[in-house]
Write a protein that binds this ligand. Structure first.
Ligand code: 13P
Length: 241
């Protein structure tokens, strides 16, 4: 049985005060959440310490949004895996399309980050996905297979989550049809040596489309941006039926 993994990605939103206020409303909603669902909040680095304290004793796992591949060194502005682990971080998003698009992230650096995260005991959430132009020109499969081939080289698949995030569906309200997301996720799964890797869908997931998305047999969870910022909305997503 593959694990259901529901993760919020706050991106560059919420101060520590905002984060604490959020948890007061969000955490009580988890009383209704089936136990086998993994619930994760991937927050800005500056929120990690306060989240870690406030999540103590709750079922929510803490996630970061990036990690450097060296454990320390002269890398101004970067954060290492041991630094995250010390704060109680157990998941880390790697290779998000916003990192690839705006910060020059390549498949080679994604691969190094994945290995460093695993070496420190964290579970990486690897993001892959195509642009609108790549989809329109029929390259979706090729693009994703190439990303996977480089990103996953030497990566332990027993401690991994993958998120299929079509770039054109991120923050646009333009969700990928759930059947199409299911199809692409099936293709991703065929490439893996371990068929138990949870594979999420991400891109304009909302309270009103979560039930349909989670009804798809290949989709094991969601990576939620905008809708994870609202505690009641993310509560509804986590408690999908
Ligand atoms: P939205 O849910 O805002 O479309 O963002 C998706 C995403 O990028 C999650 O990592």
């Amino acid at each position: 049985m593959r694990k259901k993994v529901i993760a919020g990605n706050w991106k560059m939103y919420k101060t520590q005060a905002d984060a604490q206020e959020y948890l007061q409303e969000f955490l009580p909603q988890l009383d209704e959440t089936p136990e086998e669902r993994e619930v994760i909040l991937c927050v800005p680095f500056t929120d990690l310490a306060v989240m870690s304290r406030n999540l103590h004793g709750s079922r929510v796992r803490l996630g970061a949004q990036n990690v450097h591949w060296e454990s320390e060194g002269a890398f101004t502005g970067e954060v290492s895996a041991p630094m995250l682990v010390e704060l109680g971080v157990s998941y880390v998003v790697i290779g998000h399309s916003e990192r690839r698009q705006y910060f020059g992230e390549t498949d080679e650096t994604v691969n190094q980050r994945l290995k460093a995260a695993q070496a420190a005991g964290m579970v990486p959430i690897l993001c892959v996905g195509e642009t609108k132009q790549q989809r329109d020109s029929g390259q979706t499969e090729d693009v994703i297979l190439k990303q996977l081939a480089i990103d996953l080289e030497g990566v332990e698949q027993s401690r991994l989550v993958i998120a299929y995030e079509p770039i054109w569906a991120i923050g646009t309200g333009d969700t990928c049809e759930s059947k199409e997301a299911n199809r692409v996720i099936g293709i991703i799964r065929n490439q893996l040596s371990n068929s138990d890797v949870p594979i999420q869908y991400g891109g304009s997931v909302k309270p009103d489309n979560i039930d349909e998305i989670m009804a798809q047999p290949e989709i094991d969870g969601v990576l939620v941006g905008g809708a994870s910022l609202v505690p009641s909305g993310f509560g509804r997503i986590v408690n999908y039926s």
